[in-house]
Design a protein around this ligand. Sequence first.
Ligand SMILES: Cc1cc2nc3c(=O)[nH]c(=O)nc-3n(C[C@H](O)[C@H](O)[C@H](O)COP(=O)(O)O)c2cc1C
Length: 410
Amino acid sequence: MHRRTPRARDLAPLLRFKQPTWSPKERRLERSLTVEDLRRVAKRRTPRAAFDYTDGAADSEVSLARAREAFADVEFRPAILRDVSAVDTSREVLGQRVALPFGIAPTGFTRMMQTEGEIAGATAAEAAGIPYSLSTMGTTSIEDVAAAAPGGRHWFQLYMWKDRERSMALVDRAAKAGYDTLLVTVDVPVAGARLRDVRNGMTIPPTLTPRTVANALPRPAWWINFLTTEPLAFASLDSWSGTVAELLDTMFDPSVTYDDLVWIRDQWPGKVVVKGVQTVDDARRCADLGVDAVLLSNHGGRQLDRAPVPFHLLPEVVAAVGEDVEVHLDTGIMSGQDVVAAVAHGARFTLIGRAYLYGLMAGGRDGVDRVIDILRGQVERTMRLLGVSTLDELNPDHVVQLVRREPRRP
Ligand SMILES: Cc1cc2nc3c(=O)[nH]c(=O)nc-3n(C[C@H](O)[C@H](O)[C@H](O)COP(=O)(O)O)c2cc1C
């Protein structure tokens, strides 16, 4: 081998000094290349009870693990030699164009995860051209969310009470504030067993005990934000002090039935989505009642553990009701590849819950922007690599579900 002395001229092109990023938040977000990366940052920065409330699921958390595993078990079948120089990630969802095939799922107590809470989600969604869903258990009011993102598309999630006046008061406010879609959540007759919350003694608002104080010390930013902003409260409900499970069990009504769904459908002037459909029969029944979409979801694994995996259920439901209603899907989505797989199997639209909350906890509004950017990049790249330039070109031939757990079909 012949060696020579390196010359300055040879080294110069190798030296690429990037402009340093001074803001620690920007640095954290820039370095996060995936939703999992953001989750790790979120965990470092958020008190344990709030992080676990978000990250955790019911009982042994099998539903969530299986939903994520189902996406991991996708095998893509790319088409080659297609012109993918331009890709279009937009489509019609419930009568209006959305820029991306995913939106933000309703999540309760959002200001507890990070103080910018619902406003961060709604404004980031507005900027990205995707819908934002506000939960009944939101910590910012219906009207404040609408005012913060006046050009955005807002959906309202309703937990139905037997007390129709109470349900109606919220539905009225959402309609008046311009929300165009009602997500009626039907998978919470009672609260799921969120064991991490029980073990953490999680309360709303968080209580200061020697353990929570010890856990708070390395996370000063969260506490400073928490203590110097509006006290945490349910914006649409009466105030509450107690555990989450106690609140849920007081609020939810196990006697709600299809009759109540029909009643709500008749009150709401906009589109109706039934959130939490988990069998083909129920999807058929909802479609027959004339709702606009069914959302296949097991509530991110937070309700019935070992519930059906929405992604597995999707092809059968699309075959049964896809002509009559839109079929949407959530639970387990952690990447743009997951979104593309769901769309290929017939989902009109998808929602992200934890994925956006990890971004929120990692960096407030900027963190939610970062999650959306990451997912957008992954959706676009996966579409190109599959050889499609529009979402409508995606079809079941692009995705094979590898079977890890038999039997998959009833
Ligand atoms: C912290 C948290 C709070 C949630 N709160 C609500 C809620 O108030 N109403 C509701 O219908 N769904 C709620 N969900 C469920 C989400 O809307 C969605 O179905 C779920 O997060 C999807 O799964 P993913 O987190 O894997 O994306 C919540 C989920 C999380 C993680």
